[in-house]
Ligand binder design. Structure first.
Ligand code: THU
Length: 139
């Protein structure tokens, strides 16, 4: 699959995951999809909780699915959330940027889309500059 097809497949997976989101408190549905090193796509949705801080972001759910499937690299990220893509794109929260950092590269694309498919794109390094990662702990 070429990059364009990958991105469309990622959008389709994230948009479908978004429709499964459990977000009764914020009503803000999010879906995320990750491309792994084997070309597989792993999706997740946000899962909120009555004890609000226990809610989990879509990106975290997708990362769990990737790791469970044996994936260890994130080659591309696509997040679908509502909001004006020009002014309020649903970029990953700070915690999720760090979670993605564990398995991604500085140049890994993070594409944010609205449900209609309009997109904006960043790299991980743009969203999380000067970041701390596994290599900092290497002997
Ligand atoms: N949320 C995500 O799942 N991913 C993001 O990138 C931003 C925010 C969720 C968390 C919470 O369930 C809801 O969106 C509102 O913050």
């Amino acid at each position: 699959m070429d990059a364009l097809h990958d991105e469309q497949a990622l959008f389709d997976a994230a948009a479908a995951a978004r429709l499964q989101a459990y977000a009764p408190y914020s009503k803000f549905l999010v879906g995320a999809a990750l491309l792994d090193e084997a070309g597989r796509i792993h999706a997740g949705c946000n899962v909120e909780n009555a004890a609000y801080p226990q809610g989990v972001c879509a990106e975290a759910g997708a990362l769990s699915a990737l790791v469970l499937a044996g994936g260890r690299q994130v080659l591309a990220v696509l997040v679908v959330g509502a909001g004006d893509i020009a002014t309020q794109p649903c970029t990953p929260c700070g915690g999720c940027r760090q979670k993605l950092r564990e398995f991604a590269m500085p140049g890994t694309p993070i594409v944010v889309a609205d449900p209609s498919g309009l997109r904006r794109r960043w790299t991980l390094a743009q969203l999380l500059p000067e970041s701390f990662g596994p290599e900092h702990l290497a002997p």
